[in-house]
Design a protein around this ligand. Structure first.
Ligand code: SF4
Ligand code: SF4
Length: 242
């Protein structure tokens, strides 16, 4: 099976570009799928029974502003309930299936995830988040420490460092490593936190080319992008319909 990020014939950045270019198509696919779902319970000709005689609304679209007594307004409120309830549960099940699929792949112990981890947060910010109860941050600061210089981070994995910098151009990135890695092996394996056990935690996260889970990412990349698009679109619906 081709490995999305570790396919030696295509540079990592080009592979990421392919993924980005596909996202537009997938976003449209997601939008159409949600539109079909919400149109399935659109009322049929409620205007025939409506008492408002002077109604001038011609376009009965999902985002049309309807008055409170209108049956189409009821439909919009039903959409909000549906998207926050049954539909959300459906997406959660899809996400769980995707994450469960990861169990079909096995870590190859390349140690790349221990040598170079990134965060949008500084070490101080992570410690603050950890003290406020954020589990991910707590796990993170329990093992990772910051690189002293970006050069040190770059030397840990030049290819991955370049990919991160090529793609995340406008955001600050902080670089970390785990001092528990000794001779390329975890020296505290039995006590490693969940962030180590569950890496990679997000199917859309950039991971090093040597990571065995690239094959998993490749297998589920379409579904992961479709899911991300649907989550973004639901937020858009919520913003427009509330
Ligand atoms: S605790 Fe072990 S598995 Fe986790 S980052 Fe450190 S060396 Fe890697
Ligand atoms: S980068 Fe992937 S394959 Fe390598 S040690 Fe980490 S989880 Fe395992």
């Amino acid at each position: 099976m081709n490995n999305f990020f570790s396919n030696n014939t295509t540079p990592l950045a080009s592979q990421y570009d392919n993924l980005k270019n596909n996202y537009e198509k997938i976003f449209i696919e997601a939008a159409e799928s949600i539109r079909r779902e919400v149109n399935a319970f659109k009322p049929e000709n409620p205007c025939e029974k409506c008492s408002v005689k002077e109604c001038k609304i011609e376009k009965k679209d999902v985002f049309t502003p309807f008055p409170p007594i209108c049956a189409y307004r009821d439909w919009q409120l039903q959409i909000l309930t549906f998207l926050a309830g049954d539909y959300r549960q459906k997406l959660k099940a899809v996400y769980k299936n995707m994450m469960d699929k990861k169990n079909e792949y096995t870590c190859n112990k390349c140690a790349a995830c221990c040598k170079l981890a990134t965060s949008e947060y500084s070490y101080e910010q992570l410690k603050q988040r950890a003290s406020r109860g954020d589990k991910f941050s707590r796990d993170f600061v329990s093992v990772f420490v910051p690189y002293e210089t970006e050069e040190d981070a770059k030397n840990a994995n030049p290819e991955f460092f370049k990919l991160i910098n090529d793609i995340i151009r406008d955001e600050k990135v902080y670089y970390y490593y785990c001092p528990k890695l000794k001779d390329n092996l975890c020296s505290d394996y039995d006590n490693r936190p969940d962030i180590c056990k569950n890496f990679p935690h997000n199917p859309l996260k950039l991971i090093p080319s040597t990571c065995a889970f690239n094959a998993w990412k490749e297998e589920i990349s379409h579904d992961a992008m479709l899911l991300k698009a649907k989550v973004d679109i639901i937020d858009f619906y919520k913003g427009k319909l509330q």
